[in-house]
Design a protein around this ligand. Structure first.
Ligand SMILES: Nc1ncnc2c1ncn2[C@@H]1O[C@H](COP(=O)(O)OP(=O)(O)OP(=O)(O)O)[C@@H](O)[C@H]1O
Length: 304
């Protein structure tokens, strides 16, 4: 077996030096990453970072300015209907609003795929059983978003693109959605997810890439991103002199020492392990501050 056929078998998405410019503005500025088959990859970043542009290029809906992209072994620019039938897409703003019922819409889409999922099971999986006979235009915003998700998975896709899938979901619906995604993962579906809910990325993602200003600023396993130092636990407590905090790899030891020193209850004691959201915010803030140095400091300021 050649190396390229082995890597095709193991890799669902390859992006190399991808660039997308709109006139003089560069939305995606040379990003590279791979998604292995069966993996859930979370693409994270602030508004305008370039996430949707990247996803739309991979879906074949947007042309790229330069760089390479391969999705299920094909260049999305040239791929056809058979390729598209292997993909599932929940676009950022599809907002289904038809005059047909939930069941009719899903049945219609199911007929477009060679091996669709069962319509009633899919409706149940997105929590819309009671609304199956309701016209889509009469659903709430969050319920319509659930229809988008159902339409994205009805074709039993090999690769599922989820662009902010749970926007507008109530907390219970978000947890039901996570269960649906976990069952798709168990079936081997490869997933590319963008979300502003960092707990969602932490729950579902195997690996994550963080982009800011069109550039990839970090990539790695969800529980390793940002590096070990960013994950160091933080101990906070109060005493007569005020509030204190200290980062330490050995929080138990620190708490024991403080307890021995004070000889009593430690007021306001907290041991905090930084969440993915804390780590993400730190990464994006430091990317922003290095951009600021690069773009706004005068030569004198830099020399100083
Ligand atoms: N059709 C377009 N014409 C010009 N600029 C565009 C176009 N589409 C997107 N952009 C710009 O490209 C940049 C990246 O946008 P993109 O939608 O990819 O960001 P995003 O990371 O998905 O943001 P969000 O989290 O808000 O969805 C933004 O600055 C946006 O204004």
């Amino acid at each position: 077996m050649t190396e390229s056929s082995a890597s095709n078998r193991d890799t669902a998405v390859v992006v190399r030096d991808l660039v997308k410019s709109y006139g003089h503005a560069t939305a995606v500025d040379g990003i590279s990453f791979e998604i292995r088959r069966g993996e859930t990859f979370a693409l994270l970043g602030p508004n305008g970072a370039g996430k949707s542009t990247t996803i739309e290029i991979l879906e074949g809906y947007r042309d790229r300015t330069s760089g390479e992209a391969s999705v299920l072994g094909q260049d999305p620019r040239a791929a056809g209907r058979d390729w598209r039938a292997r993909l599932g897409m929940v676009l950022q703003s599809s907002g289904e609003s038809g005059n047909v019922t939930v069941r009719e819409q899903l049945s219609h889409f199911a007929r477009m795929y060679p091996h669709p999922r069962d319509v009633e099971e899919t409706i149940a999986a997105v929590g819309l059983t009671e609304k199956a006979s309701t016209r889509i235009k009469a659903l709430s915003g969050g319920q319509r978003r659930r229809v988008d998700v159902a339409l994205g998975v009805i074709g039993r896709p090999e690769l599922l693109f989820l662009d902010e899938p749970t926007t507008g979901f109530d907390p219970e619906a978000r947890r039901e959605f996570w269960e649906l995604i976990r069952s798709l993962k168990r079936e081997g579906t490869t997933i590319l997810l963008t979300t502003h809910y960092l707990d969602e990325a932490a729950q579902l993602g195997d690996r994550a890439g963080v982009i800011a200003g069109g550039r990839l600023i970090d990539i790695g396993a969800v529980d390793e991103i940002g590096g070990a130092a960013a994950r160091t636990p933080l101990v906070r407590w109060s005493d007569a002199s005020g509030r204190h905090e200290q980062r330490t790899e050995t929080p138990t030891e620190l708490v024991a020492r403080l307890h021995a020193e004070t000889g009593g209850e430690l007021h306001g004691l907290e041991v905090v392990r930084p969440s993915l959201e804390d780590i993400y915010l730190g990464l994006v803030a430091s990317a922003g501050s290095s951009d600021a140095v690069r773009t706004s400091a005068s030569p004198e300021e830099v020399a100083a």
